[in-house]
Design a protein around this ligand. Structure first.
Ligand code: UDP
Length: 239
């Protein structure tokens, strides 16, 4: 039987920090990180070029800090550092599975990760290395969702795969409202008008202005990253 053909050659996978939590309330569950790495390896084996934007919400979010009285900029800087920690963990997990990676940080931290140089990042992808982007855009007042959209455009990814803990985009929060219905697909404008919490509005606008599709899917179902890459009808497509 011939190998299944991926629908995309180059993807950007957005992983929230929460995806590394496993059953923990805080921090990094390395077993969970390894199982996500295994899923990434399975997609990589299809010959797909993979870049990942990793979030930091499992460790620190700017909003936690401001709620405690920290200045926004300081709080966001702490959030940015959290994403670098996650990047290190994810890189380690992928390496343990024999996947070649490069950790690319938007903040200079050369002993741990290389700086973002667009052409170099693209070259890594072409050579089959999984590129892990951390430190978002390196500036406060942004999120890793917006960073995912910008980097996806810069590296010419064909799609953003936005991993979440629900099956896609719903009319309401499906974890709170049993009547919530899932959209098979939805236009960017509708996401913005309805204020649906897919990605933040800056990220959605950037994708809209540049026709970059987003597939929102459930990371908790094993094999879903691969299903999305193979073009199976899972989750919600924002277009
Ligand atoms: N952050 C930032 N600039 C960026 C990306 C992230 O200041 O370009 C900070 C912000 O404080 C954010 C934190 O890093 O709360 C963690 O990122 P995010 O909340 O996007 O992580 P996720 O929700 O995906 O885990």
């Amino acid at each position: 039987m011939s190998a299944p053909k991926p629908a995309y050659q180059r993807i950007l996978l957005k992983l929230s920090g929460e995806s590394l939590l496993g059953k923990l309330d805080y921090g990094i569950d390395f077993k969970t990180t390894l199982s996500i790495a295994q899923e990434i390896k399975d997609v990589h084996a299809l010959g797909v070029q993979i870049a990942i934007m990793i979030g930091g919400g499992n460790i620190f979010r700017g909003s936690h800090g401001t709620a405690e009285g920290l200045d926004r900029v300081s709080a966001d800087q702490m959030g940015l550092l959290a994403t670098i920690m996650n990047g290190i963990a994810l890189q380690n997990a992928l390496e343990k599975l024999g996947v070649f990676t490069r950790h690319v940080s938007a903040l200079e931290i050369r002993a741990m990760a290389e700086p973002f140089i667009r052409r170099r990042a693209i070259r890594h992808l072409e050579k089959g290395r999984v590129v892990i982007f951390s430190a978002g855009l390196g500036s406060p007042y942004f999120t890793t969702d917006t960073a995912a959209a910008l980097r996806a455009l810069e590296i010419k990814a064909e799609v953003i795969l936005k991993a979440t803990k629900v099956d896609g985009v719903y009319t309401a929060d499906p974890l709170k409202d049993s009547k919530a219905k899932r959209f098979g697909s939805i236009r960017y404008m509708n996401v913005l008008k309805r204020g649906l919490r897919v990605m933040d509005a800056t990220a959605i606008s950037l994708c809209k202005d540049n026709d970059l599709p987003i597939i929102v899917f459930n990371l908790r179902k094993n094999g879903n990253i691969k299903r999305a890459v193979l073009g199976e009808n899972i989750g919600t497509k924002v277009y």
